[in-house]
Design a protein around this ligand. Structure first.
Ligand code: BG6
Length: 371
């Protein structure tokens, strides 16, 4: 693409490379002995009783997806907490808890405090960061370096998809050493991962469509993002991206939760953005998809407009949504890496139409280093 006017747009378009580099580094670093220097025997990764993830902002949304990945592939219970809450909470952390802190900058004060609290409680700490020489990488017991390259725009985009990639690789690694994932299954997942950069290029081809949607929806008074399962992390970050760059009101809810209250706020002036993709090879994904379709039927007619993300080849979502964007197929746990891209582009274009400063939105900082 011609050199874009804004770092945010350039970084959105750098995601195929960010995901590829991060995935290649993971597979290069995974061996029977270690994963990015995580010597799994030392870390006792085979005998953990739970994992705690602490992070802030977009990085915490990656942690929400990481929870689903690790619980699905490794069968270890995972809790995700706001770093700002964890540092002063009675959260029980023990040497059998592995703590993962996720941080693009590696300097966020709340997350650094959470790392220090976890270490003091006897938990080993893994830092996932985009800055190799950052404070949190230095203080960690083990480190996973996302290879997104420097991220300059305050709204985090390519670091997020790189974090999702690193978390998936770590979840797969845990699943293998805990014998929850068979060798052939792991190989199939790794080849699916290797096919993501090309699929991301296809999704980036939706940019013009996202810009057209932004023109149609820029005057909405509010936006509700709805999803189920691992896709909730994408809905949360889609809502945060829009908030950060356009200053418009947006919230994310699990699709099934909308009926318990938020539905009352939905009228013709509210746009609903629903993630309605499906992995046809995954029975849980198909069950969630059927429930999402019935949620969309509830919303149709109440909401001013429904924009849906669906899977290529689907013929049902388009009948319920005003606008449907079709994404390439992928395993359910990898779909978030594709789904977030049109939401990043939608947020970017609405913000530009509103004359916002997308790279440095009002009141926000790239890293909050003082708590
Ligand atoms: C905020 C940024 O200040 O900090 C967000 O605006 C970011 O984009 C959050 O997600 C957490 O930062 P980090 O560096 O710890 O991932």
């Amino acid at each position: 693409m011609a050199s874009p006017k804004h770092n945010m747009l350039r970084e959105i378009f750098e995601q195929p490379e960010a995901v590829q580099q991060t995935a290649e580094a993971a597979s290069a670093d995974v061996s029977s002995q270690s994963f990015y220097g995580v010597s799994w025997k030392e870390a006792g990764l085979a005998s953990l009783d739970r994992i705690l993830i602490a992070a802030s902002g977009t990085s915490r949304h990656a942690g929400i997806a990481g929870k689903f990945m690790i619980e699905s592939l490794a069968g270890i219970p995972v809790e995700v907490d706001y770093a700002s809450e964890f540092q002063l909470s009675p959260a029980v952390v023990s040497p059998k808890t592995l703590t993962i802190v996720i941080t693009q900058s590696g300097e966020t004060a709340d997350t650094l405090a959470a790392l220090r609290k976890a270490k003091k409680s006897g938990s080993k700490v893994v830092t996932i960061s985009n800055v190799e020489q950052s404070s949190m990488m230095k203080e960690a017991d083990f480190r996973i370096h996302t290879k997104a390259g420097p991220e300059l725009a305050v709204p985090s985009t390519k670091a997020f998809t790189a974090q999702l990639t690193a978390l998936f690789c770590f979840a797969l690694f845990l699943g293998e050493i805990r014998k929850k994932v068979a060798r052939e299954q792991a190989a199939a997942f790794r080849s699916e991962l290797a096919s993501l950069p090309a699929k991301l290029q296809t999704v980036l081809g939706l940019d013009a469509k996202c810009e057209a949607l932004a023109r149609r929806f820029r005057d909405r008074s509010g936006f509700i993002f709805a999803a189920r399962g691992v896709h909730n992390a994408v809905a949360m970050d889609g809502a945060l991206k829009l908030k950060e760059v356009s200053y418009l009101h947006s919230e994310a809810f699990p699709s099934g939760e909308i009926l318990h209250g938020p539905l009352a706020t939905i009228d013709e002036d509210i746009a609903v953005i629903a993630i309605a993709t499906v992995d046809g090879a995954d029975s849980d994904s198909k069950a969630r998809f059927e429930k999402t379709l019935s949620n969309l039927k509830e919303l149709k007619g109440r909401s001013g407009k429904i924009i849906a993300l669906a899977s290529e080849g689907d013929t049902r979502v388009g009948k319920l949504a005003e606008e449907t964007l079709y994404l390439p197929k992928a395993p359910d746990l990898l779909l978030p890496i594709l789904e977030i891209v049109p939401l990043q582009l939608f947020a970017y274009h609405i913000a530009i139409l509103l004359g916002r400063n997308v790279d440095s939105p009002r009141s926000l900082a790239k890293a909050v280093v003082n708590d």
